[in-house]
Design a protein around this ligand. Structure first.
Ligand SMILES: [Zn+2]
Length: 273
């Protein structure tokens, strides 16, 4: 019955109108969540890594990665970085043995090199696409292979090889073998993009990652058009994924997104002022 807890690694600025149809043009500071799940028998499970200094400050970054960080206007949140976040839960990065990689965008894999003892549960389809695309192809999809550990392929534990289970929302994959944490394919945003379904909580939780940026944008009339639509690898599939996630919410489940800036009960509580 352990719920995941999420940290906010960075703030990213965008006009609200870009991420929510008919919203004002005012700038919004979006979050970049990642999570920690302590309910697996095999040990602590990290859910993505958020934005870290590897993507934004490392001296050896490519020109493309420097440009990308500047374009997003990302600012790291020191308290929400993986090392202090894990320390508050009594953990060091070396103790993380599993990282679930929901997809390969920079703000989800930026800190993978912090975890030398982790295996990476990710869609092989996403990994194959990353390897098949050239530099420009990856750039077009905001994928920067330089952020991955050099031995990523050896440590990959493909989602597609996990036991498939039927759910009310389609076929999912049982990541830990206990039925409590399922990967639910949510195609469209990126190749191999998956959400995570926590089935054993008092209220089921779907961490729908980047299916949309804002919860209010899940219903069809509020989904953003240009330029947000350019990010999607498959717009029709993304629309179906939005429908699926909206259906989970309508059925009484909780839905959490990576970038929505409204605090939730799954976010680590802010320190008292
Ligand atoms: Zn993404």
């Amino acid at each position: 019955m352990t719920a995941p807890v999420f940290a906010n690694s960075a703030l990213v600025k965008a006009p609200e109108r870009f991420v929510l149809r008919e919203a004002p043009w005012r700038q919004r500071a979006l979050w970049v969540r990642y999570g920690l799940y302590l309910g697996a028998a095999s040990g602590p499970v990290l859910i993505d890594t958020g934005y870290t200094s590897h993507a934004l400050h490392d001296a050896g970054r490519s020109a493309a990665l420097r440009f990308y960080g500047r374009a997003l206007g990302a600012s790291l949140q020191p308290r929400g970085q993986p090392v202090p976040f894990l320390a508050r839960h009594g953990l060091r990065p070396e103790e993380i043995t599993t990282v679930v990689v929901t997809h390969f965008h920079a703000d989800h894999v930026s800190g993978l090199r912090l975890f030398p003892n982790a295996r990476f549960i990710a869609a092989r389809a996403g990994w194959d696409a990353l390897r098949a695309h050239g530099t420009l192809g990856n750039l077009r999809h905001a994928v920067f292979p330089e952020l991955l550990p050099p031995d990523f392929a050896d440590r990959l534990d493909p989602i597609e090889r996990k036991p498939a289970v039927r759910t009310d929302h389609g076929t999912a994959y049982d990541l830990m073998g206990d039925g409590a944490l399922l990967a639910l394919p949510l195609p469209g945003h990126a190749v191999g993009h998956v959400g995570l379904l926590f089935t054993r909580l008092a209220k089921p939780l779907l961490y729908a990652v980047d299916t949309q940026w804002m919860l209010a944008a899940l219903p069809a009339p509020r989904r953003p058009g240009f330029p947000a639509m350019l990010v999607a690898t498959d717009r029709a599939a993304q629309a179906r994924s939005c429908d699926l996630v909206a259906g989970v919410a309508a059925a009484g489940g909780d839905v959490l997104l990576c970038h929505d800036p409204t605090p939730t009960i799954y976010d680590e509580a802010a320190p008292c002022a």
